[in-house]
Design a protein around this ligand. Structure first.
Ligand code: ADP
Ligand code: ASP
Ligand code: MG
Length: 416
């Protein structure tokens, strides 16, 4: 019998009617002759609400308690979904991450899955239950509750699909699949039929929150193919899988936008071995994630080092760096908030040139200034003013013809 893992995100279980809709879909899948494991997220807005509550009672909530609190969102949604299935006359049982055998490390609020012992799930499936797993959570070897980072139900689903050797893994959400850009930003964004793990990984890392990047990383590592599709209709979604030769024909697969970024520049710092190490070790010790890093040309023995972080980390980073700026006799620390990152992604860039020039010209013509640039083999990213980012995404989407059926572009040259 086929085994299928289906994940339903927060909006898909956002109210009782949506939960009943999910229940009906689960039953339908079982009636088609599948064994069904469902991974359920907290109801839309619930995790944000719980985080807000935590901050209302404490300026810096204890991470252990935060995990216990946040896990309740998924516990509630999975129990409600099981009730809805049972009410429709089928047989479902909800389990927590711990009961599902999801073992993690001890890093509260962003734990990594260490192992999954799927015996309990297998036993329940053998008794014909639709097994409904609370997403986003696991437990440490000591039995402490952990959560897997924001968007972590995606990871629960992919990891369970991998361990159970599922025949299919479907990620149900509130859009029809992975689009060339967030359809809420670019209205004529086009749904992709397929996307490679690497492209989706870059897109997710660059701010497209349709899939959690750690989930995609896991899928790539363990070769778990999955489909992203809508829980609100029956349309086929986007297939995420290892790249195939024909995928390289598409130069740009998508555009991602990451808002709420901040740029920090250590100005006129001595251009000597060890200085960059000193700056970034302080930032790393503060558990602040650094994204782009650019060091400018050395002049008269000094240089500027700029990098981006999430805007929420700006105050902490400034505080951490103040003594380093003093100690290294840099001219100062320049902070800029209100910036955003825009990235174009596509494995076809490996074999085609001219993408960067065309992207920069497009921004230049629109009078949009670029603060920082970074590239990888399959991505070009720029930091620009946040107020420009939606317009920039729309213009670049149009420039590269991403809304049309054949997004190959004449002025992007194949590499010899
Ligand atoms: P879920 O609650 O189902 O996990 P999320 O809100 O995490 O759903 O992710 C779905 C959202 O991701 C969509 O509503 C869409 O606005 C956003 N998104 C961002 N980039 C993209 C993209 N390239 N393709 C599709 N959706 C995207
Ligand atoms: N509920 C969690 C979050 O909002 C996990 C998820 O939705 O995947 O981040
Ligand atoms: Mg999500």
């Amino acid at each position: 019998m086929r085994l299928i893992v289906q994940k339903y995100g927060g909006t898909s279980v956002g109210n009782p009617e949506r939960i009943r809709n999910v229940a009906a879909r689960l039953i339908e899948t079982q009636r088609e002759g599948c064994r069904v494991v469902a991974v359920i997220s907290a109801m839309a807005g619930e995790t944000d609400q719980l985080i807000k509550l935590a901050h209302d009672v404490s300026p810096s909530p204890t991470k252990r308690e935060l995990d216990i609190l946040l896990a309740t969102g998924e516990n509630a949604a999975s129990a409600l979904t099981a009730m809805a299935v049972n009410a429709l006359g089928a047989k479902a049982i909800s389990v927590t991450g711990a009961q599902a055998g999801i073992l993690t490390d001890r890093v509260h609020t962003k734990a990594k899955i260490a192992n999954i012992s799927a015996k309990q799930i297998q036993a329940l499936l053998a008794e014909d239950y639709i097994v409904i797993v609370a997403g986003f959570q696991g437990q440490t070897p000591e039995g402490e509750t952990t959560t897997l980072g924001r968007g972590g139900s995606d990871l629960s689903a992919i990891a369970l699909a991998g361990v159970l050797n599922a025949d299919a893994c479907q990620i149900f959400t509130d859009v029809d699949g992975v689009f060339t850009c967030d359809p809420r930003i670019v209205s004529d964004a086009k749904k992709l039929d397929e996307v490679s793990y690497d492209e989706l990984l870059e897109m997710a890392g660059a701010g497209s929150k349709v899939m959690q990047s750690r989930a995609v990383e896991f899928a790539k590592k363990f070769g778990v193919d999955f489909e992203v599709r809508s829980s609100l209709n029956l349309n086929a979604g986007t297939l995420a899988k290892e790249e195939t030769a024909s995928m390289e024909d598409v130069v740009i697969r998508g555009i991602s936008v990451d808002r709420n970024q901040a740029k920090l520049t250590v100005d006129d710092v001595r251009d000597e071995p060890g200085i960059a190490g000193r700056i970034f070790s302080v930032i790393a010790d503060g558990n602040i994630i650094v994204d782009m890093i650019v060091q400018s040309v050395s002049e008269h023995g000094t240089t500027d080092i700029s990098f981006t972080i999430h805007e929420n980390d700006l105050a902490a980073a400034q505080e951490l760096l103040a003594p380093v700026v003093k100690e290294t006799k840099a001219a100062g620390l320049i902070a800029k908030s209100g910036v955003a990152k825009l990235s174009v992604v596509g494995i076809g860039m490996r074999s085609h040139s001219g993408v960067a020039s065309r992207m920069f010209q497009c921004l230049g013509k629109a009078g949009i200034n670029i603060h920082l640039i970074s590239t990888s083999e399959i991505k070009i990213a720029v930091v620009i003013e946040e107020t420009d980012v939606e317009r920039a995404a729309q213009l670049i989407h149009e420039e590269f013809g991403l809304a049309s059926l054949a997004p190959m572009v004449s002025s992007v040259r194949p590499l010899a």
